[in-house]
Design a protein around this ligand. Structure first.
Ligand SMILES: [Ca+2]
Ligand SMILES: [Ca+2]
Ligand SMILES: [Ca+2]
Ligand SMILES: [Ca+2]
Length: 367
């Protein structure tokens, strides 16, 4: 018995040394890229009403406007709208497409007019102004309102009156009579990607109508409108999990160990989340269920220990019922010189060392 144990230990040691020296266990088997759909409501919207003093706004109104009214002066209207992308889409995702859908509900003429989207380059406020009636003329600006000259009434101003926007066109759409209209382009997807990756750059879009002649105005339902408010529809691929251990690459690179961080995004064995439940699944949290599942296979072993290819292929496959040996429930103990929960690959035996390893990761979550 003693002899046999020593032989296993020797094999295990050799396997570990081999694993450490070649680092061959880290080879990823694939990249997860699951597509998800997101539907975002606007976080703020408003109208910039042409006014040299910035006296007008309508952030809490039911509508916003683009183009020009029939007024002889101060007829220009521009819409501003933003969406909290980083609050809705997981960090590290790739934006595949972006579509803005607006309901147009009033226009003096059904003539088609081009409505452009351009990225805003300064932050701005919604304020609390709530115009009455058709809302085409605006109402007195309240503190924090975006206006023709203000980003935030009355202390902060745009660099350029009428809003600071990108010279790059994000999208354009012809808008004629009342109805639903959508804007979509690769530039919009790229805008949204930047807002996800750098939320401090997210000031939304400026909406520009035809400002060459009067009576081109188009009125759109705002986020305060109970009917058909603005919607930003996104398609995104989830952040890659190169080693398929359940923690996204960006999570593994993070600082918080309990949030999946301080790990290797190319190494499967550093997150000890095992198959639990029926149907068996890895739920991306190391919980009491995981410890129970290891305990249920306590004492199971395989001799000789699994090779790299066997171990990884098996770990990614739902297991047969306990107490059979299965590599997902096995680790080789802490990696020398690293945190207790940074673990070596399966050593072929499910024992106290594995329970210790799991306890060291208890509560760690990549959900
Ligand atoms: Ca991973
Ligand atoms: Ca990993
Ligand atoms: Ca789990
Ligand atoms: Ca083990």
């Amino acid at each position: 018995m003693v002899v046999r144990y020593s032989r296993i230990s020797l094999i295990v040691l050799v396997a570990l040394v081999l694993a450490l020296t070649t680092n061959d266990w880290s080879t990823p088997t694939g990249v997860r890229a699951i597509e998800q759909d997101y539907t975002l409501s606007a976080s703020k919207d408003n109208t910039l009403y042409e006014s040299a003093t910035g006296s007008l706004s309508n952030g809490a109104g039911n509508y916003f406007f683009v183009g020009r009214t029939g007024q002889l002066s101060n007829s220009i209207r521009r819409g501003v709208i933003a969406f909290d992308v980083a609050g809705a889409v997981p960090a590290g995702s790739t934006i595949l497409s972006a579509t803005l859908t607006l309901q147009m509900t009033r226009t003096p003429l059904d003539i088609p007019r081009t409505v452009e989207l351009r990225r805003l380059l300064s932050d701005w406020g919604e304020g609390t102004t709530n115009d009455r009636g058709g809302e085409g003329s605006g109402a007195p600006s309240t503190p924090g309102s975006a206006t023709w000259i203000h980003t935030f009434f009355s202390g902060s101003t745009w660099s350029n009156v009428g809003g600071d926007s990108s010279v790059t066109l994000s999208a354009s759409q012809s808008v004629a009579s009342n109805g639903s209209y959508s804007w979509s382009s690769t530039q919009m997807a790229s805008d949204v990607q930047d807002w996800l990756d750098n939320p401090s750059n997210n000031f939304g879009w400026l909406l520009l109508g035809d400002e060459t002649v009067i009576r081109t105005a188009k009125r759109f339902n705002s986020r305060e409108n109970g009917i058909a408010p603005p919607v930003l529809s996104l398609k995104a691929s989830e952040p890659p999990d190169t080693d398929l251990d359940g923690c996204a690459d960006v999570q593994e690179a993070g600082a918080s160990a309990s949030a999946g961080g301080q790990r290797d995004p190319n190494y499967f064995w550093d997150f000890f989340d095992v198959w639990t439940g029926a149907p068996a699944a890895r739920d991306t949290i190391v919980s009491i269920s995981d410890i129970g599942a290891v305990v249920a296979r306590f004492g199971a072993f395989r001799e000789p220990p699994p090779t790299k290819q066997e171990a990884l292929a098996e770990a990614l496959t739902p297991p047969a019922a306990a107490p059979a040996y299965h590599t997902a429930f096995d680790r080789g103990g802490p990696i020398p010189g690293q945190n207790l929960w940074n673990l070596l690959p399966p050593d072929g035996s499910i024992n106290f060392g594995d329970i210790d390893a799991m306890v060291a990761q208890f509560g760690h979550s990549c959900a």
